[in-house]
Design a protein around this ligand. Sequence first.
Ligand code: 6PG
Length: 241
Amino acid sequence: MKTKVFDNLNDLNEDFTLWLKELLAEKEDLSIALSGGNTPRTLFRYLATNHADDIDWSKIKFFWSDERCVWPTDDDSNYKMAKESLFDHVAVSEKNIFRIRGENDAYKEARSYQELLQNELETVNGVPQFDVLMLGMGEDGHTASIFPHEMNLWDSHNMCVVATHPKTRQMRISLSGQTINAAKNVVFLVTGAPKDKIVKAIIEDNENAQEKYPAARVQPNSGNLTWYLDSYAGRELTQKK
Ligand code: 6PG
């Protein structure tokens, strides 16, 4: 596991971009599962502003780690956020955008997205394998849309599960733990002070983190896990004892 703490989001976004470009240079095409929420929006805008022309966007197949059960035009949609902050500004290939259809029946869509992943991606022991899987982490230690009150979903035999937000009760479709941990490269992008203590507990594997926080269960079989943190989310790691 690698941990990178950055003084500002610009440096974080540039470092991630350079890593992605190196990976892309080695491959004919690349599959990436995007995370949702606010943090990735700054990265997507950074990519659209600074790297529209020096990345071959047509080589990238876009998927999602999770999606809210809303229409793609809804402000809550992770797809809509990615479309407005990135896809509308770079030359992605429409046929390479595989959104989770949050407007459909959640249980049916979880099944059909699992089938889509198995058709579009290489599989390892039947589990779809992403080249890159992006994750965020909530202030309660959730990741993708696996929340602490539904930790059982992490261990689902299904590749995609139906979850509910603990406060809003909004239904979500999420990759399950086995699909997340099957990815060749998993990258956490976590920013903001309220997450600092959970970040520390997870990275240092203390305070029973693995029992409490879904994000602590992210342990890719490949061993390739990198935490990209801003100085606030990473401040507990860097503070002198
Ligand atoms: C989602 C995300 C979720 C997100 C965290 C952090 O659909 O909301 O996938 O797991 O990454 O909630 O969100 P912020 O970046 O907005 O703090």
